[in-house]
Design a protein around this ligand. Structure first.
Ligand code: F6P
Length: 500
C-alpha cells in the first residue's frame, strides 16, 4: 500500500508552477498558512490536489495522527533507545508528569538566574557557554538573533575543540566576572569537557582562586556533573527524554534565560507551545509543518532532489541554516526504518543554505542555471532588525521575493548561457518580526516538520547512531596511535602527530 502510494507520487506529472497558478486563482490563498506571526507560502511548490491527496493518504497509512498523539503523550517514540521524545513537554504540551517535571526544572533554572542577577556569584558580566551540536547550536542561534539590542550579559558560545575558538571567545572576557556554563546532555562529550577544562585553566591563569565556583552544568546526567566537581546548587538538570537537538527549551537554553532575561525565555516557550497546538490540532491541509513536509518529501523522494537550501533574508537569522542542518540531517539522515528494516527510499536531503542577499552573489547561479533541482526556502521578516534607512529592509525583501519569482518564472533565451529554466520551486516563510515568540514558533515548526518527514518515511528521528563510529575511531587513534588503520589514515596521523 505504502509502495503503491509512492509509485503514484513518482508517476505524477506535475503541471508547471506558472500553469498551476494560471489554473487556480486562489492558489496563493489555499497554499498560504498563517500561524503565530508566521506566514508560510507553499504556493510556489508543485503541490497540487493530487499530490496533496496522495500524501494525505500516505499520512493516514503511516498513522501520522497516531504518531503525533504518541509524541505528545510521552510514549516511547524513540524506539531504538526505548525513550519518549519530550521536548514539547518543555513548552507545556505533553504528558502531565513530564510537563510538571519540566516546570519544576525550569523553576530551578529561574531561581539560579535570579540569584545570579542578585549577585550571588559576584559581579558577573560574561557567560561562556560551552557545548557542541544540540548543546550549542540552539543557544547560539537564539542569542545571535535576539540579543542584538543589548543582552543583559555578554554571551559567547564555544563549541569547536580547536582551541582557537576558545581563545577568540575569552579574548575580551574578565575571568573574575565570567560564568562558565558547561552544556552537555551526556556530560561525556570530549570537545565540551576539554574546552571546559581549558576555560578553567584560563580562569586560574587570570587569578581566579576557585574556578569551580564559577561553573554551571546544564545536563541530563547531573551525577556526572557532580563527579566533575560542580556544586549541586549550580547543576541544572533536564529530562533525559529530551533529545540533544531538541534541548534548547530546557536548561540548555540557560544563556538565553540569563543572558536575555527570563521573559524572553518564557516568550520563546510560549511561541513554540502555540506551534505545538497548531501542529497537534489542525487538519493536514491547514497544518504548516505537515504541508511543508509534504513538499519536502515530494522533491526529495519523487524528484531526486538531494539537497534543500534555506536562505535567511534577515541577518538576525544567519545561524538558522546551521541549526537546521543538525535538526534535519541528524534526525532523518538514516537508511533504516524504525522497525530496523532497510529504508528502501532516499533519506533526508542535505540541508544547506546561507544568508540573503550575500548568497545571491555567491551560490544562486547554480540555483537558477545549474543542473540540480534544489527546492529553496526563503525566511524573512516584515520588520527590520535595525534603525538604518528603510531602504535596507525594502531592498532586502525585494530581493528575497525577486529570487522566488525568478526561480519560478525563469526566462527563455535561445542563447543557452542566458537561459533560465524556471519552474524551480521555493517556499517562503515571512515572519511578522524576529521576536522570542515568533522564533520559538519557527523552531517548533521545523521540529514538527522534521517529525512528519520521519513518520512518512518510517524513520525514527530521535536517535543518531551514525555519529558514534567516528568518535570510536578518534578514541582508538588517541589511545593507540597510528598503527592498525588503513595506510592513508596511518600516514596522516604519523605526518601530523607522530606517535602521539
Ligand atoms: O555527536 C552528536 C551529539 O550526540 C548530538 O546529538 C548532540 O547534540 C551533541 O553530540 C552533543 O552531545 P552532548 O549534549 O551530550 O554533549
Amino acid at each position: 500500500m505504502t509502495d503503491d502510494l509512492w509509485t503514484e507520487l513518482e508517476q505524477h506529472q506535475p503541471s508547471s508552477l506558472t500553469d498551476l497558478f494560471a489554473s487556480d486563482k486562489d492558489r496563493v490563498g489555499r497554499l498560504t498558512l498563517e500561524q503565530s506571526g508566521l506566514r508560510f507560502d507553499l504556493s510556489k511548490t508543485h503541490l497540487d490536489d493530487e499530490v496533496i491527496g496522495l500524501f494525505t493518504n500516505l499520512a493516514d497509512h503511516m498513522n501520522l495522527e497516531g504518531a503525533t498523539a504518541a509524541l505528545f503523550a510521552g510514549a516511547v517514540v524513540n524506539v531504538t533507545e526505548d525513550r519518549a521524545a519530550e521536548h514539547p513537554a518543555e513548552r507545556g504540551n505533553g504528558d502531565v508528569s513530564a510537563v510538571a517535571n519540566a516546570r519544576a526544572l525550569q523553576d530551578r533554572m529561574r531561581g539560579l538566574v535570579e540569584a545570579i542577577d542578585a549577585g550571588a556569584m559576584g559581579d558577573i558580566q560574561h557567560i561562556l557557554h560551552i557545548g557542541i551540536g544540540g548543546s550549542a547550536l540552539g543557544p547560539k542561534l537564539l542569542v545571535d538573533a535576539l540579543g542584538r539590542d543589548g543582552a543583559r550579559y555578554d554571551v559567547k558560545v564555544v563549541s569547536n575543540i580547536d582551541g582557537a575558538a576558545l581563545t577568540e571567545a575569552v579574548k575580551h572576557m574578565d575571568p573574575h566576572k565570567t560564568i562558565v556554563a558547561i552544556a552537555s546532555k551526556t556530560f561525556t562529550t570530549t570537545e565540551t569537557l576539554l574546552n571546559a577544562t581549558s576555560a578553567m585553566e584560563w580562569m586560574r591563569d587570570g587569578g581566579v582562586d576557585d574556578p569551580y565556583a564559577q561553573l554551571i552544568a546544564l545536563t541530563a546526567y547531573p551525577e556526572k556533573a557532580l563527579e566533575w566537581g560542580i556544586d549541586q546548587s549550580r547543576i541544572l538538570p533536564f529530562n533525559e527524554a529530551v533529545g540533544g537537538r531538541y534541548s534548547l527549551w530546557c536548561s540548555i537554553g540557560f544563556p538565553v534565560a540569563l543572558g536575555l532575561g527570563w521573559s524572553v525565555y518564557q516568550e520563546l516557550l510560549e511561541g513554540a507551545a502555540a506551534m505545538d497546538r497548531h501542529f497537534r490540532n489542525t487538519p493536514a491541509l491547514q497544518n504548516a509543518p505537515t504541508m511543508a513536509a509534504f513538499a519536502d518529501l515530494y522533491y526529495a523522494q519523487t524528484k531526486g532532489c538531494q539537497t534543500r537550501a534555506v536562505f535567511a533574508y534577515d541577518e538576525r537569522l544567519r545561524l538558522l541554516p546551521d541549526y537546521l542542518q543538525q535538526l534535519e540531517m541528524e534526525s532523518n539522515g538514516k537508511s533504516v526504518t524504525a522497525n530496523g528494516t532497510p529504508l528502501g527510499r532516499k533519506s533526508a536531503p542535505v540541508t544547506w543554505g546561507g544568508v540573503g542577499t550575500d548568497a545571491q552573489h555567491a551560490v544562486f547561479q547554480l540555483l537558477h542555471q545549474g543542473t540540480h533541482l534544489i527546492p529553496v526556502e526563503f525566511v524573512a521578516s516584515k520588520t527590520p532588525g535595525h534603525d538604518f534607512d528603510t531602504a535596507h529592509h525594502e531592498t532586502l525583501l525585494v530581493n528575497c521575493f525577486a529570487q522566488g519569482a525568478a526561480l519560478m518564472a525563469g526566462l527563455k533565451s535561445d542563447n543557452l548561457a542566458r537561459n533560465y529554466f524556471g519552474d524551480r520551486p521555493s517556499t517562503t516563510i515571512l515572519m511578522d518580526d524576529v521576536t522570542p515568540s515568533t522564533l520559538g514558533a519557527l523552531i517548533a515548526f521545523y521540529e514538527h516538520r522534521t517529525f512528519v518527514n520521519a513518520v512518512l518515511l518510517g524513520i525514527n528521528p530521535f536517535d543518531q547512531f551514525g555519529v558514534e563510529l567516528g568518535k570510536q575511531i578518534a578514541k582508538r587513534i588517541s589511545d593507540n596511535g597510528p598503527s592498525g588503520f588503513d595506510p592513508s589514515t596511518s600516514a596522516l596521523i604519523e605526518a601530523a602527530l607522530g606517535d602521539i
